[in-house]
Design a protein around this ligand. Structure first.
Ligand code: SF4
Ligand code: SF4
Length: 398
């Protein structure tokens, strides 16, 4: 049945701008590009479902086509929904493992040293490659022995002592893999006299589940998160997320892709940098010391889609002594779980090559980005360490 809330494809002007901006169409000749896979293909699929094109599997849902479209066509969403309707997602054990990030995190984190040692071993990587199709050339993310929530529980008394309170949606990566960004956010907000509170329960925002076709599970997570938001917002000003893909999904993908109504809370969900930059503009600035570094900033696709890059730049530019070089706005190519799949490895690496080359040619101390997935890809393919903007802001606190 035609989904009447997703008829934006009918606004297509056939200008082809989206296809010129699609990183997959540029790197992989098997992908026809967003115009053909999105609005053009949708008309054919409505007429005859047999005309569904398997090539839609190549789309990474990076949303660059949507940013480029002058006519407001939600091209990436049209493609994801078409894949869901026409059985275009392969849902095997590999997809389950890669997408159920909170389940994998809660199993792996208690045994972090063993899991981290195992996933570095060549024979283990080869086995995962041969049996599951997870490319052995990938570096796997490490798990942390102490989750962000465990660390936070020790700070909850201090946090409750602040008069102003915000809720923090930490996401799976900050909780189970690397809590650094969460800790830095708490330090920065506390320096601005704002306390942090966590949701009583939090589930994965749904990005990897949507990307791998587990829509029912993603919907369940969305419903739980929305009920938690409604409860938590009776006591706090807003909900903020540090991960651009989480923030975009909580605000935009819940109603559009999962048909979960978030209208009661949507206007109170913010990308962390947007919230902090607005506080800075109102004069709530922490005392900052110089951070004499030269860094290159990489803007993540989903942050570009959400219009959030300007806020991160505001934060970086407010740090005294920091020199920021803006990299070309190109996709890093990993797209979360996409680049881990053996069949996507070549496309993923080819998409990211432009960014890797640009970084290697620059004389900078660090690369900076807001997205943990981009960080993984850049650190695997260059000899640079990647920091989150909030880490630099935390370093500048006096
Ligand atoms: S979402 Fe990204 S990969 Fe998919 S069609 Fe649009 S630009 Fe291409
Ligand atoms: S950019 Fe928008 S209007 Fe132009 S072809 Fe793509 S979907 Fe159609």
């Amino acid at each position: 049945m035609l989904n009447l809330i997703n008829t934006s494809f009918d606004n297509c002007l056939k200008c082809t701008v989206c296809t010129t901006r699609c990183p997959v169409a540029e790197a992989n000749p098997d992908y026809p590009g967003p115009k053909q896979a999105g609005p053009d293909g949708e008309r054919l699929r409505i007429k005859n479902p047999q005309l569904y094109d398997e090539a839609l599997k190549h789309c990474t849902n990076c949303k660059r086509c949507e940013v480029a479209c002058p006519s407001g066509v939600h091209v990436g969403t049209v493609i994801q929904l078409a894949k869901a309707r026409h059985g275009g997602f392969k849902k095997g054990p590999r997809e389950f493992m890669l997408s159920h990030t909170d389940l994998m995190g809660s199993l792996s984190s208690p045994a972090a040293p063993i899991v981290n040692a195992m996933t570095k071993l060549k024979p283990v990587k080869k086995l995962l490659d041969k049996t599951l199709g997870i490319d052995q050339r990938r570096t796997f993310p490490k798990y942390t022995g102490e989750t962000f929530r465990s660390w936070f529980n020790k700070q909850s008394g201090t946090q409750a002592s602040f008069q102003r309170q915000i809720s923090f949606f930490h996401g799976c990566f900050t909780n189970f893999n690397d809590p650094t960004v969460g800790k830095d956010l708490v330090a920065v907000l506390n320096a601005m006299n704002i306390g942090v509170s966590l949701l009583k329960k939090e589930k994965c925002c749904g990005v990897p589940l949507i990307a791998n076709g587990f829509f029912n599970k993603a919907r369940k997570n969305a419903e739980l998160n929305m009920s938690q938001f409604a409860h938590s917002l009776t006591k706090t000003e807003c909900v903020i997320a540090t991960e651009p893909s989480c923030a975009m999904t909580l605000r935009d993908e819940y109603p559009e892709v999962l048909e979960v109504d978030n209208s009661a809370v949507k206007d109170r969900i913010f990308f962390a940098a947007a919230f902090i930059a607005r506080e800075f503009a109102r004069g709530n600035l922490p005392d900052m010391k110089p951070v004499p570094l030269r860094v290159a900033y990489h803007s993540p696709c989903h942050l570009i889609k959400a219009g959030g890059v300007i806020y991160t730049m505001e934060l970086l530019n407010s740090i005294p002594g920091l020199e920021v070089i803006m990299l070309d706005q190109k996709c890093c190519g990993l797209s979360g779980t996409y680049g881990f799949k053996k069949e996507n490895y070549r496309t993923s690496q080819s998409i990211g090559q432009g960014i890797f080359d640009q970084i290697e040619a620059l004389d900078v101390d660090y690369v900076v980005t807001d997205c943990q997935s981009c960080k993984m890809q850049v650190e695997m393919n260059t000899d640079r360490t990647v920091l989150h903007p909030l880490t630099l802001l935390a370093q500048s606190l006096t």
